[in-house]
Design a protein around this ligand. Structure first.
Ligand code: GLC
Length: 443
């Protein structure tokens, strides 16, 4: 077995660290303005204007079975759906609010359909639940709130009671973790108690204009979550440490460690296909196929998981751009998934040749060399000659010929090389694979 042990936490992360790849789904009223899920506060949209989205919400083409099949085909093993995002709109039939999908023209419990469809495809179920709520009458107006610039903001905020809102959250979390069977991940989002320049602070704001573990009553919320779903994985955005560390929209360059103990932690990078979590019609920064595959490979090569986001449009569809991005994963994972599932960071004695990334099976028997930059004819790798037993391209199982401690090529004779060097002979033209992978069977 590889020697990496992550810091033990109450959540069951064993399956998670094997499955490696999940789908994030950001869906809500914000799919209708189609300009990002923060649109209500970015544009300080008045309530009566935003209510039009509620009044007309009807993703009539929504078919969670289709979503689930596309996630599975892309090689994703779990999913996390926004049950409620910052706008406060609930995709489930909550008894504690009228602001829910079952009260719109659509009239259905989207969480129920998501759970049934993704579970039927064998994917583990995760819920995202926004701690932030720009609709709830007891949620104090703060630095991020859409009402903060209203002329009567102070009046609106008067009497709002954070304790009543924290209780509302516990009631809804009880519904979510009681009514939908086994839930494997709870993704709370997010804390901003240290006012750090995000948003606009005003001196009348409660709790210094921000909110964190104290305001969420996070200890009680986490205890409730674990009580209702023993073994569930909880993220770190309540402001309290739980099971999962969640770097977002950036690529770590090392395996994340615990800030105090230095232990390796269980971590998951979350990323978007484009620049937006929620559907954004006019956002054009869609990642290339190579970037999509590199994000996954780079993450697993550092012992992490990738949660890749789709934002369905207001008809309930994954739009053509999202489908194309999912097909990139499908085409690569179909042939190369073995270098991701059940894999982690390569043992420290293996040094990735330039332009490559390594992963290794957790049973230590297989090493995967991901050719991010395709080399001409040869790939040299040191400290491998005494460990290699056989090598092949993963996508087609074709043997990769190699020599040890010599290039095996007349023009390389007489050269001196580092000890224990392996020279892989590669076809001069890159195979038709976004990132080809050499599968090395170790002795
Ligand atoms: C950030 C964004 C939020 C998104 C989340 C996903 O918190 O503000 O909109 O849901 O990241 O990780």
């Amino acid at each position: 077995m590889t020697s990496y042990v992550t810091k033990k936490t109450p959540g069951n992360t064993d399956w998670f660290e094997m499955d490696r790849f999940g789908m994030f789904i950001h869906f809500g009223l914000y799919a209708m303005p189609a300009r990002q899920e923060w649109i209500k506060t970015f544009e300080n949209i008045p309530e009566e204007k935003y209510d039009k989205y509620f009044k007309h919400f009807n993703p009539d083409m929504l078919d969670a079975k289709k979503w689930a099949k596309m996630a599975k085909a892309a090689g994703m093993k779990y999913a996390v759906l926004t049950t409620k995002h910052h706008e406060g709109f609930c995709l489930f039939d909550s008894k504690f609010t009228d602001y829910k999908s079952t009260n719109t023209p659509f009239g259905r419990d989207i969480v129920r359909e998501y759970v049934d469809a993704f579970r039927a495809e064998g994917l583990k179920i995760g819920f995202y639940y926004s701690l932030i709520d720009w609709h709830h009458p007891e949620f104090p107006i703060d630095v991020l709130h859409p009402r903060k610039f209203d002329d009567d903001a102070v009046e609106q905020d008067r009497g709002r009671d954070m304790k009543k809102y924290a209780e509302y959250m516990r009631n809804q979390v009880t519904e979510l973790l009681t009514n939908y069977g086994e839930i494997s991940i709870m993704w709370y989002d997010f804390s901003y108690d240290k006012y750090n320049g995000c948003g606009t602070y005003m001196d009348w704001m409660q709790h210094d204009g921000g909110k964190g573990a104290k305001e969420w009553e996070a200890e009680e919320l986490i205890a409730l979550t674990r009580r209702l779903q023993p073994g569930i994985i909880i993220d770190n955005r309540t402001g309290l440490e739980a099971d999962l560390w969640t770097p977002e929209q950036f690529q770590p360059t090392k395996w994340l460690t615990h800030p105090q103990t230095g232990e390796l932690v269980t971590w998951e990078a979350c990323q978007t296909f484009s620049g937006s979590w929620g559907y954004h019609r006019d956002e054009m920064t869609w990642k290339s196929p190579k970037m999509l595959i590199e994000l996954l490979v780079n993450t697993v090569s550092l012992g992490g998981n990738l949660l890749m986001n789709v934002g369905p449009d207001a008809r309930g569809n994954f739009d053509s751009r999202a489908q194309k991005a999912l097909e990139v994963y499908e085409n690569w994972m179909k042939y190369n998934g073995r270098s991701i599932y059940g894999c982690t960071m390569a043992e420290p004695n293996f040094k990735a040749p330039e332009g490559t990334r390594l992963t290794q099976s957790v049973d230590s028997k297989r090493l995967y060399i991901h050719l991010k930059e395709y080399p001409f004819a040869f790939l040299e790798m040191e400290d491998l000659a005494d460990k290699i037993e056989y090598a092949q391209f993963l996508h087609d199982g074709s043997e990769i010929i190699y020599t040890c401690n010599s290039t095996g090529h007349f023009s390389g004779e007489g050269q001196t090389f580092k000890d224990n060097m392996v020279f892989f002979r590669l076809p001069p033209i890159k195979p038709d694979v976004e990132i080809p992978v050499i599968e090395v069977f170790l002795k």
